[in-house]
Design a protein around this ligand. Sequence first.
Ligand code: SF4
Ligand code: ZN
Ligand code: ZN
Length: 346
Amino acid sequence: MGEAGSRGSPARRCSVCGAPAVVYVPYARAAFCPRHFVEFVDRKVGRVLRRMGALRPSGLVVAAVSGGKDSVAMLASLVKHAREAGTRVIGVFIELGLGGYSSGSRRAAEEACGRLGVPCVVVSVEEVVGASVPELARRARRPVCSVCGVVKRWILNAIAVELGADYVALGHNGDDVLAYAVKGFLNQDHASLSKLGPATPSIPGLAVGRLRPLYEVFERETLVYSLVEGLPFLHEECPYRPRQPLEHGIKDALNRLEESHPGLKISALRRLEKAVPLYERLAREEAGGEWEAKPCRVCGLISAGGECSFCRLTRRALGEPAGARAREAIRGLLRSKGLLEGGGEA
Ligand code: SF4
Ligand code: ZN
Ligand code: ZN
């Protein structure tokens, strides 16, 4: 099973306590029993969180919980560290309107949040924006996944800005980051590469920084972690997922290389993190000097000037930009949950 896998034969013993191992991690040259594997992953998450200074007493992290294995593993490990640091965590599930897949994901996300003692804010795109993601895509004549990405990013940022959060935590794992990095390299897209560190900075009032607690945790490790921890997650894949996404091919190729060169992926991630400032410089130069984020003239959140991509997208799909209206709906939702002043359950 690759990094966390089948080479853990029944004869193998946990490198920490000597109990029967369930997992062998070649790049760490260690085998683990369930308990010590969980600790191994939690330590990696903790190191990233500390390096980024992500947790502070009375701080707040908004966690994107899609109901998949990565997001629930991220949430479980994040919550452990956040409790120790005195940081609050709020889970957000975005109901995209993808039929049975969305309802299954929602059940898993709510159950995971409930089990971990984290409030779960469910945001329906249809209610907040006025149309589901596939409907927006159809009306805007854009691919569903690209619309989905714009909508999810905007909603998470809008919630985090309203709540004054320190970070939005995402379930991207090390394999996702490396796949984006190879894609960014192939396209020589320095702006994308510059956003591939474990965290991006916040821009006050406009954008809350994004955090990747699973930066050094690989896809198969998040699966084993979720299974060992008994976390609920949806095994199904989104029906709109492209058949052969480039990222998939890149991940397969890197996994094959990792088998013959254990440690290749983890060192690539560490080098990538160090190279982020260089990519930032290149991206700024290519943009003709300082790139300054400006408030969108409709919703007030981050844009490159004029309207943000969410307001442009909704203008195209619905005839008018939905940013201001959607922000108001989000405020109402947060108030009704007692998470914002001015009303609610609390
Ligand atoms: Fe959204 Fe596409 Fe991912 Fe489905 S596969 S959740 S439509 S980005
Ligand atoms: Zn052990
Ligand atoms: Zn906008």
